[in-house]
Write a protein that binds this ligand. Structure first.
Ligand code: ZN
Length: 229
């Protein structure tokens, strides 16, 4: 009885009021997420713990989940952006058009959810691995990862994981990504913090940036509506 009282009076208020620990540099991928060193994908500790629970449950149903991308640094995102930008420029697109092509699937450095250590791209371990992993058709109908997709649709939210770029036709921004999941309990707080801090406003003001301020609404907020509640 005494221990129940202790939990009620001391621990619950602590849990309710405990603050999310995150710096601006963590939001934009210039610093490793907290607890990242304890796992190979550099995810935040609570995210990786929740992932392992989900992975174990899926394994009991015969599905082996594999992470292909967890944390991504600002530098890595810059390299992706620059490579694609140069490719489109060479094909004759102007600055603005090149950026528009890139943001079908990739985001401007500093604005990726992969910077947060809460988001991951996953596939299923299968015998015949397709050469291109992260394409929607692998996750649908008879695709190589269709079992994983069905399992995640049924169970992932119970473990805190939500699809970010859903098939919802009213959603704007990045294309449908049936492989990209986020750990909602943490990422919801980080998004709130990021928008409040105006870190994205700062990034989008950079001279080299060909995107306009609509990018906030169309792309950064163009996510599963359950993640904005
Ligand atoms: Zn992703």
């Amino acid at each position: 009885m005494r221990s129940i009282l202790f939990v009620t009076f001391y621990c619950i208020p602590f849990l309710l009021f405990s603050q999310l620990q995150i710096s601006t540099n963590e939001i934009i991928g210039k610093q490793l997420p907290r607890g990242a060193t304890s796992n190979p994908y550099k995810l935040r500790k609570e995210v990786y713990d929740a992932f392992l629970l989900m992975k174990g449950a899926a394994l009991k149903d015969g599905i082996e989940i594999e992470i292909v991308s967890g944390f991504r640094s600002f530098g890595r995102q810059s390299a992706i952006w620059d490579r694609k930008f140069q490719k489109y420029q060479k094909q004759g697109f102007n600055k603005k058009e090149s950026a528009q092509k890139i943001i079908e699937y990739s985001t401007y450095p500093g604005t990726s959810r992969h910077h947060w250590g809460t988001d991951m791209d996953i596939i299923q371990k299968v015998k015949n691995r397709p050469t291109q992993l992260l394409v929607a058709k692998n996750f649908e109908n008879e695709g190589a990862f269709c079992e994983l997709h069905q399992w995640m649709q049924k169970h992932s939210e119970r473990f805190g994981f939500y699809l970010v770029y859903t098939k919802d036709i009213s959603r704007t921004g990045f294309s449908y990504e049936p492989w990209h999941y986020t750990y909602k309990p943490t990422s919801k707080k980080i998004l709130k913090r990021a928008l409040k801090s105006d870190v994205y406003g700062f990034l989008l003001k950079e001279d080299q940036n060909p995107l306009d301020f609509n990018y906030f609404n169309t792309h950064i907020l163009g996510i599963n509506s359950l993640l904005k509640e």
